[in-house]
Design a protein around this ligand. Structure first.
Ligand code: OGA
Ligand code: MN
Length: 281
């Protein structure tokens, strides 16, 4: 038996981890490696009713890799970013409306940083309605293609932008908003990510704007079709939050989104992001 006790949540993605408490997260030297391995295998790990304090969450995530501090300043504890639509709790809340669309974090970095390796969310307050988080396995999405498609898609490149993901949820930006989005560089990524492990996944989601060298509408239709197929219900795990749950996902191998919740909802998640070290290629 391994270090972690796990039960698969679906056939495609997600496992629940039991027998771990905050004390063990803080002190068990071997846990970081075991969690990274379990993330590679399962994409998403759910720690139900963990009730971890923010300091311990950050300290534990440090065992998985470097902590992303680029969103610090919205919460008193370094390494914690409050995920909420409530602008009084997070002045950058408007950007988070885009979490309602399927996406991979970090496809449009400020420079050329790798996408984040992993993200942890823990639930401080949950929504009365909506606010589940859904995860889809992007390795399985690639594997579901037939050989002809694998060959054809293997050479395609896709332009990703912050503007593409924000425009879907803010279709009428002010000139200032648009300028802020456009200040973020656009990035070209292969559609098929060949990982260090040798596994392949599809790089899709809200930030994907168009396919390089393809007619604009044809390329967008292709991206939409691939995303639909990647997120078919049988490839998805949907987490219904209870206060105290912590969920970690491997951002390299899953797409995720939040089910819509009201802008004035009390929903508040504390997020810690682990830096990636694997470029999309
Ligand atoms: C995120 C994110 C989803 C959620 O924090 O990157 O996509 O359910 N969150 O809040
Ligand atoms: Mn996200």
């Amino acid at each position: 038996m391994g270090l972690l006790t796990m039960n698969k949540l679906t056939g495609a993605v997600g496992a629940e981890v039991t027998g771990v408490d905050p004390d063990r997260l803080a002190t068990d030297e071997l846990l970081g490696e075991a969690v990274l391995e379990a993330l590679e295998d399962n994409g998403v790990l759910v720690f139900p009713d963990l009730n971890v304090d923010p300091e311990t969450q950050v300290a534990f995530c440090r065992r998985l890799g470097g902590i992303d501090h680029s969103s610090d300043g919205h919460h008193p504890i370094a390494g914690i970013y409050p995920v909420t639509l409530d602008k009084s709790k997070n002045s950058s809340a408007a950007y988070l409306l885009a979490t309602f669309d399927w996406h991979i974090d970090g496809c449009t970095p400020t420079r050329d940083e790798c996408p984040q390796k992993a993200t942890a969310l823990s639930a401080l307050h949950v929504a009365d309605e909506g606010g589940d988080t859904e995860f889809a396995n992007s390795y399985a999405a690639y594997e579901a293609l037939d050989d002809t498609e694998k060959r054809r898609l293997g050479s395609l490149r896709v332009v990703h932008s912050l503007e593409a993901s924000q425009r879907r949820v803010h279709p009428d930006p002010s000139p200032e908003e648009l300028a802020r989005w456009r200040a973020r560089p656009v990035h070209e990524h292969p559609l098929v990510w060949t990982h260090r492990s040798g596994r392949r996944s599809l790089v899709l989601g809200a930030s994907a704007d168009h396919v390089v060298g393809m007619d604009l509408e044809e390329g967008r239709a292709l991206l939409a079709d691939l995303l639909d197929r990647a997120t078919e219900p049988e490839l998805v795990y949907r987490h219904r939050w209870s206060v105290g749950d912590m969920v970690i996902w491997d951002n390299r191998g899953v797409l995720h989104r939040a089910a819509p919740y009201a802008p004035d909802s009390p929903r508040l998640m504390l997020r810690t992001t682990v830096l990636g070290d694997e470029p999309i290629r």
